[in-house]
Design a protein around this ligand. Structure first.
Ligand code: F6R
Length: 251
């Protein structure tokens, strides 16, 4: 992977924004892979500014999110459906009908509906494939090296599937649910590592010293399911954009 060290999130966002804006100019129906979390926010803002400043037509742009909680109504403010619409679809002015989140295919089905749960992942992967695949997938990284909700131990070949959330992730995310762990969903649906690797270009963003160890493992460790992001080493076009702090353990 190519590693780019930047001053701050704004500079990283500018690199992503410029690359994606130029892509949309040459391919108006570009397919964007989208992530939630704090890392991509400056990148979405930079892209939105370029889109508006240069009056780029984004009416045909398509999007697929990485992951979603299960068991939340789609319109719950913490659902990734709501989050992606708030942070990407609205600021960019995308057509909401062209932006998909993995939980959408479950359509509110209860967790007990085993058949629907089993079909949801493959249906999402099929929808990505039918769209011609993802052009640029933006990624954040967990302090344990997770990408999407693929926690350490996830198969590097995995497709989109329903998973149980790791206890630590539920504790970490309780801050979004009134600090009440009982309100945090127990399950999620996430693109697999194999799904992510099919995107034509991967852009992973990481900022702050809390990510330094995960970035070291990702870039200089062996490829291993113990650090899901290390799978980026297998990808022919992966760009890792980090600030000095996140890069501090790189040789
Ligand atoms: C988001 C996602 C997660 C985050 C990761 C980093 O859709 O799937 O893997 O990218 O947890 O989160 P932040 O960017 O908030 O540090």
């Amino acid at each position: 992977a190519e590693v780019i060290i930047v001053k701050n999130e704004e500079e990283a966002g500018q690199i992503y924004g410029r690359a994606v804006a130029d892509l949309i100019k040459t391919k108006p129906d570009a397919v964007l892979g989208l992530a939630t979390g704090s890392s991509p926010l400056a990148a979405y803002q930079a892209l939105a500014k370029i889109v508006h400043d240069e009056s780029i037509d984004v009416s045909q742009v398509r999007g697929f999110a990485l992951d979603e909680y299960l068991g939340l109504p789609l319109d719950h403010p913490q659902s990734y459906h709501s989050t992606i619409h708030r942070t990407v679809v609205e600021p960019l002015g995308l057509d909401p009908a062209k932006v998909h989140v993995p939980g959408d295919v479950l359509d509110g089905a209860p967790l007990e509906d085993g058949e629907k749960i089993a079909e949801a992942g493959p249906a999402y992967d099929a929808a990505i494939e039918a769209a011609g695949g993802i052009d640029v997938q933006i990624l954040g990284i967990g302090t344990d090296g997770h990408i999407g909700f693929n926690e350490p131990g996830s198969s590097l070949a995995s497709g989109t599937r329903v998973k149980t959330l790791a206890e630590q992730t539920r504790i970490d995310n309780a801050r979004f649910f009134e600090n009440d762990i009982d309100k945090v969903p127990t399950h999620c649906i996430t693109q697999g590592i194999g799904t992510v690797l099919k995107a034509r270009h991967l852009v992973l963003l990481a900022f702050g010293s809390g990510k330094a160890e995960a970035i070291e493992e990702t870039v200089e460790g062996g490829v291993s399911a113990f650090c899901p992001a290390s799978a980026l080493q297998l990808h022919p076009h992966a760009t890792i954009i980090v600030d000095e702090e996140a890069a501090s353990r790189l040789r």
